[in-house]
Design a protein around this ligand. Structure first.
Ligand SMILES: Nc1ncnc2c1ncn2[C@@H]1O[C@H](COP(=O)(O)OP(=O)(O)OP(=O)(O)O)[C@@H](O)[C@H]1O
Length: 298
């Protein structure tokens, strides 16, 4: 087995009745790698994260984590080393920020049922508490999270995201799955989350980062997996992805070459010799601004 391959997905497929959300998606994630998962609304990004984390069962395909088949529910996969955040943060809203962050550390330490039972019997729990509280204090400091006694339900969306990312980091995940972590975050939140990503990378672990902001993703990641209608449209370096005809096709529905041909054809019919020389981005406002290629190249 190639030791650098942390996570491998092969032929991952998810069907909901007649809807195919994901079709035969394969990918590899190496140690220390940050993989950006991009694509327009409905491309299948969250579905792929759900299949990896075990939040949903795949219709077909397999996953290998460090060469071992990754199966079973989300709790088992979390113990195996997967940490994740959600498109809509899922904190324990009635608990304090501190307790939410502590949950991540507990999940990491008691990473097997046997250790959980052994910990309870050997009294390891009590002295560990002080270390946990100090660890959480440090983590909060590094991420710029203030007010540890506040209830999670009183936080802004951006603050909740940061706490959720911190909780996932506390698990010391082998693979951290971040589903749109920057949405609703201010500059400080974005910086904190970017720090978390780099910390995971420094540990020799890996991150899958889902976001609509292709520009931001391209700056943070080593590789990009572009999904379109449930299929992999591009897998490669960020700069190549941004410049690729696939990117153009996915976000515009046509490539520059297609547009040149279309414009030339229209010009020929209209008798306009100058048209078609400069194929520019469509001005149709029905195309969502978010993720437009001209936005991300600026
Ligand atoms: N529970 C479900 N039942 C039926 N169809 C679903 C279900 N969940 C997702 N889908 C469909 O699967 C496809 C992929 O959805 P998914 O949420 O994975 O896309 P996405 O790329 O994450 O989109 P977004 O960026 O909007 O979050 C979409 O067509 C969606 O409507």
């Amino acid at each position: 087995m190639d030791e650098t391959k942390l996570l491998v997905g092969r032929g991952l497929t998810k069907r909901y009745g007649g809807v195919t959300a994901l079709a035969d998606v394969s990918f590899e994630l190496r140690a220390g790698e940050i993989l950006g998962l991009v694509g327009p609304n409905g491309a299948g990004k969250t579905t792929l994260v759900d299949l990896i984390s075990g939040a949903q069962a795949a219709t077909a395909g397999e996953l290998l984590l460090r060469g071992q088949r990754l199966t079973g529910p989300a709790s088992r996969r979390a113990r195996a080393g997967l940490g994740r955040t959600f498109q809509y943060p899922q904190l324990a809203l009635h608990l304090s920020v501190r307790d939410n962050l502590l949950l991540g550390r507990h999940a990491q330490r008691h990473n097997t049922p046997w250790r959980m039972i052994a910990g309870a019997f050997t009294g390891v729990v009590r002295p560990q508490r002080a270390a946990d509280r100090e660890g959480v204090r440090q983590l909060a400091h590094e991420l710029g999270i203030e007010g540890l006694d506040r209830e999670a339900g009183d936080l802004t969306l951006g603050e909740q995201r940061l706490v959720e990312v911190g909780r996932a980091l506390g698990q010391n995940p082998v693979v951290l799955l971040l589903d749109e972590p920057f949405a609703g975050s201010d500059a400080q939140g974005v910086a904190g989350i970017a720090d978390v990503i780099r910390t995971v990378q420094r540990r020799g672990h890996a991150v899958i980062l889902v976001d609509h902001n292709v520009d931001l993703v391209a700056r943070l990641v080593d590789r990009v997996l572009l999904l379109d209608r449930g299929r992999v449209a591009f897998d490669g370096e960020p700069a190549e992805c941004l410049a690729s005809p696939q990117m153009q096709q996915v976000y515009f529905g046509s490539t520059d070459a297609d547009e040149d041909e279309d414009d030339a054809a229209t010009a020929a019919v209209a008798g306009d010799a100058s048209a078609g020389a400069d194929a520019t981005a469509p001005t149709d406002d029905s195309v969502p601004r978010q993720g437009r290629v001209e936005d991300v190249r600026s």
